[in-house]
Design a protein around this ligand. Structure first.
Ligand code: NDP
Length: 280
């Protein structure tokens, strides 16, 4: 039976084993998928022992996504663009690093929420790892405009500069069709079609300083965090007319993308998303 795992610290909270067990059952794939607690200073050693045990692949969560990137001997373009890796495949001497977070976000918006991104005005709040991971897949959908705002403005500026350079991504995006820019929260004007909260503010029950004007009827507001109850961001956006969504769909979809990369079979995510929602 092929073995996979999710590595993090802490790891006991991870929903990935439950999600992958359901995907394996649904698709008839014979795999095992476990949690792997890596010491904070021992990620590389944990990977070496997994490879020695014949493990085929691993998902990587906090705080090891940057170390997984550094350890990868080959990386997909979306991992390269994200500067972080959440999915590893062990193939002989190669450690192949991928990043499925952004593809998961896009799948959740386009397929699950039924909101096309092409030609839309998109606002991204935050410029940390999750935002960076989402940018290439988002740009690949060809929105009309993608605006980045971050509490620390310089980080958003740097991201906008990095992603405006199409040459860096082997032509995977053609940014000439997309207006990509960074600004301050207080410079935001007009309603957006899609607003993504990729800040970690919701984890502290904080609201990023986003003006209400960006929301309206017809706006999809998505918080990458997921909880049983709507986050303060979701409540604020809904109060100003937006339809809202949390990050559970993104989580389930990024796992499906990893599963597809490993097994070559794409699971049906809808029943799993419903199950995970009920179990929250
Ligand atoms: P990082 O620590 O890398 O980045 C945090 C970002 O949030 C930074 O841009 C930071 O701004 C900003 N920020 C933090 N607090 C505030 C605040 N009070 N007001 C405004 N901005 C704030 O975190 P990640 O990018 O890894 O994660 C971000 C969120 O995405 C988390 O909630 C995480 O749970 C979620 N996530 C969900 C996934 C899913 O599958 N659903 C997958 C990955 C992440 P500054 O630069 O100024 O510090």
């Amino acid at each position: 039976m092929d073995q996979y795992c999710v590595i993090g610290n802490p790891i006991s909270h991870s929903k990935s084993p439950a999600i992958h067990a359901q995907y394996a059952k649904q698709t008839g794939q014979q795999i095992s998928y476990e949690r792997e607690l890596a010491p904070l200073d021992g990620f590389a050693g944990t990977i070496a022992s997994l490879v020695a045990r014949g493990v085929r692949g691993a998902n990587v969560t906090m705080p090891f996504k940057l170390e997984a990137f550094a350890l990868s001997t080959r990386r997909t373009p979306r991992a390269e663009a994200a500067g972080a890796v959440n999915t590893l495949s062990f193939e002989g001497a190669e450690i192949i690093g991928d990043n499925t977070d952004g593809a998961g976000l896009v799948a959740d918006i386009v397929r699950n929420a039924g909101v096309p991104i092409r030609g839309k005005r998109v606002l991204m709040l935050g410029a940390g790892g999750a935002a960076r991971g989402a940018l290439l897949p988002l740009l690949g959908e060809q929105p009309r405009e993608l605006v980045l705002v971050n509490r620390t403005r310089a980080t958003a500026d740097a991201l906008a500069r990095q992603f405006a350079d199409a040459a860096a991504f082997d032509g995977h995006i053609s940014p000439h069709n997309v207006r990509l820019c960074a600004c301050d929260f207080n410079q935001l004007t007009g309603q957006f079609d899609i607003v993504i909260n990729a800040t970690s503010a919701s984890m502290a029950a904080d609201l990023p300083p986003v003006p209400a004007v960006v929301f309206g009827h017809g706006t999809l507001a998505l918080d990458m965090m997921y909880t049983k109850d709507p986050t303060v961001f979701m409540q604020f956006a809904a109060g100003h007319g937006a339809s809202v969504r949390d990050g559970l769909g993104m989580l389930v979809e990024q796992a499906a993308e990893a599963f597809f990369g490993w097994r070559g079979v794409r699971p049906d995510t809808r029943p799993i998303l419903e199950q995970m929602r009920t179990a929250l």
